[in-house]
Structure formats: C-alpha cells, structure tokens
Write a protein that binds this ligand. Sequence first.
Ligand SMILES: *Cc1c(COP(=O)(O)O)cnc(C)c1O
Length: 459
Amino acid sequence: MDLKKILLSEADMPTQWYNILADIKMNPPLGPDGNPVSPDALAKVFPMNIIEQEMSSERWIKIPDEVLGVYKIWRPSPLVRATNLEKALGTPAKIYFKNESVSPAGSHKPNSSVPQAYYNKEFGIKKITTETGAGQWGSALSFACSQFGLECLVYMVKVSFEQKPYRKSMMQTWGGRCISSPSNTTKVGREILEKYPDIPGSLGIAISEAIEAALSDETGKTRYSLGSVLNHVCLHQTIIGLEAKKQLELVNDYPDIVIGCAGGGSNFAGIAFPFVQDKINGKNVEIYPVEPAACPTMTKAPFVYDFGDSAGFTPLLPMHSLGHDFMPPPLHAGGLRYHGMAPTVSQLIIDGLITPKSVLQVDCYDAGVLLARTEGIIPAPETTHAIAAVIEEANKAKEEGKEKTILFCWSGHGLLDLAAYDKYFAGLVDNFELSEEDRRKSESVFEKYPKPGIIKSFG
Ligand SMILES: *Cc1c(COP(=O)(O)O)cnc(C)c1O
C-alpha cells in the first residue's frame, strides 16, 4: 500500500543547512555611502556571529547541537502525499506537501527563530526586538526566546494586531511583549502617526520601529531579528527542502515541480534551494514561487536597490521591490504583504532558475477550502497561494495526461486566521489586482539609489 505520510527518524534529520551563496553570484548590499556594507556597520543591529553567517559563502553550514535539540520538538516534519486531493481533482499527478504547520508556532518560521535566538544568546545578547505581519514571526520568535531564556519585543502591523488578537496571546504565553505598529514608543512610529493617524501599518514600518528600539537600547545587549528576506534566514529554512529530498528518496520519487508561496521568500527558499542546487547541477525541475496579485513583487516590480524597511535603516538590498514606501492593500494573507523579495530569490529569477507566478485571492480561498475538505488541515491564507498554484499545475497535468510529481511547502495552518475564512464565506473577499498605474506611483523612490548590475551566475 502507498504511504500517506513519509516520515524520517530523528537520527536521519539533516545536520547541515545548504547555503545557496556558494553556487550563485550576487550584487552586494550597500551602505548609506553607496559602497558595499561592512560587517562592522551592522554590528549594532545584529550579533556578529549572525552577520558572519549572512555573508558566508561556505556551501554547507553545521546546525549547532542546541538548535537540533529544539528542532526535535517537532522535526523532522512529515512529508504527506495529498492522495485525497489527487482523487478530488482526478489528476494523474502525484502531489506531496511538506507539512511545516506542525511546529509550536504553527508555521515554518521557528526553523529560523530558533537558530537566531541561539546565536544571539551565544553572543551574550539578552533581548531581541522584531516586527511581525500576521503574527507568525512574532510568535515563532517568542517561542524561540523562551527556549533560550531571552526577552522578546514584537512590533505587530496594526491591521493584523486588530484582526488576529490570539497571535498576541501566544506571544504573551511564551513571555514575549507585543505592541501594535505604528506605535508611540518610537520616533519613527510617532512621526508616522502624526501624519497618518488611521494608517493600517505595514511590515516596512514595523521593521523600522523594531530596529530603532534595538539601536536605542543603552545596555548594548539588545539586537534586532528579521523573520525573512535575509540570506541567513533563507539558509536556516533549507532544512525543509533537505528533509523533503530525503523523504522522497525513501519512496523513489523526485519532483518535476516545486512550489512555495513567497512573502519575503523564506519558506519558498527553504523548500526550493536544495532543488535549485540540483538544477544548477543539471537536473530538470520547474520551481515556482507564488505571490498575491495584490502585492506583485516578483511578477511586476523591477529589480533594484531598495531598503528592507520604510525608514531606510537597513542596507540597500538588491531585490525585486514595489518600493519601500509602497503601502500594500490590507490582504488577509498578512505574511505576504511585503514590498520586497529576498535578494537570493530575486537573483534566481534573474538567473532564470525559478519562475514566479501570481494568484488571485478568491482562487486562494477556494483552494484552501478544498484542501481543508480533502486533506483535513486548514491552511494559513499565505499557504493557500501555493495551493492555488499546485491545483493549476495538477489540472494541467490532467489535460496533458502526464503523471507529474508536484512538491509544495505547507507553510502553516490557519487556525488563528478563521476570521479571514469567515470573510470569504460571507463573500467579502475580492480579487483585487494591483494596477500598473498604482504600482508606478511608488517607483520614483528608486531614482536616488544606484542600480544593481544584472549579474548572471551562469552562461
Ligand atoms: C510568514 C509566512 C509566510 C511568508 O513568509 P516567507 O518568508 O515568504 O516564507 C508564508 N506562510 C506562512 C504560514 C507564514 O507565516
């Protein structure tokens, strides 16, 4: 009988992360003077051991034993064959998902919050500040800080703070403190509130507040942490794809198509980068990051140098960006409301190794409900974007009569997103698509910055 769940033993869990920087060329991040940023310039924001990891080009990086110890609370995560979905669609495709919803926080995010808390602790840091969109990263970091005895302060984007009060309760349960952003606890927040008192907030603003809070702490023992976008975050997430590859080997399978939803790019990077490495080495595999049509960073926005936050505290990063001033519409999938995209993921698009797709919101909820009614798990609104793309590919395989193998990342469950499902059932979710005209409005910010070179890693 075919397996429903393909499980790895703890002993078979990968003990190294895969670093894609060993295999591609990238534009460097730039400092305020327009020159490549030096590690020292970041030392007040991140601990030096994380900065070194961010800039490392070593292909395999050892996962510390203390991190593996915490990973074992929920890892290795199951690889599940979506047999009920296959039947419902009548597709000859085999569909597998890597179930990252089984972590304590309910998503892939602890794969990076745990090592980040560990490295901060190792460096003698006592408190970590961060931002959170939908509340997933804030809860993941609060959980990780509780494991390593660190304080945690989270700025949560106002719309999500109001829509998802139970995320705050989770953070509090793990000992974290959660503040609605923009807030009057920072200079950046106060200035924005003065100009726009009713602003719904954005990840860019919350990042600015969290960095300011870290920089202004006089003890010198506070640092900031980011839950996506940066190289080291994508690195930590590769345990997802490395495990999935081992699990597929157990059933003698290999994907034709790999799919992940992409907000800042980290869960996509996690499932995809180990397969991108194979593709670089000659394997034939299609790899699709999927984003909302309402916030079309990869499919519509240019490849530029831009800041990761709205106040411009971060270095200039080479990435696809809608502009750091861009105010994404208040989508339910809060985790996908980000103006930029991970520089590594952006570079892979330039290299033609991955092909971005965008999907409409109603199609996503249709897909999410179908999965809940077939495979049982209620997906996070973010995850439904990957699922909508999977269903499209599975239907294509049916039309073509091809037995394709599709692998996707189930980035999180939606048990704290039920208000969004209620809106969908009430017919209040629409298919908003960002118009070219509106996108261009926030584009002028790029004129002031250098342009990244179009570096091709291959050919
Ligand atoms: C945060 C989040 C995302 C988007 O973030 P990435 O860094 O792009 O992975 C996707 N799914 C879930 C469930 C999330 O919590």
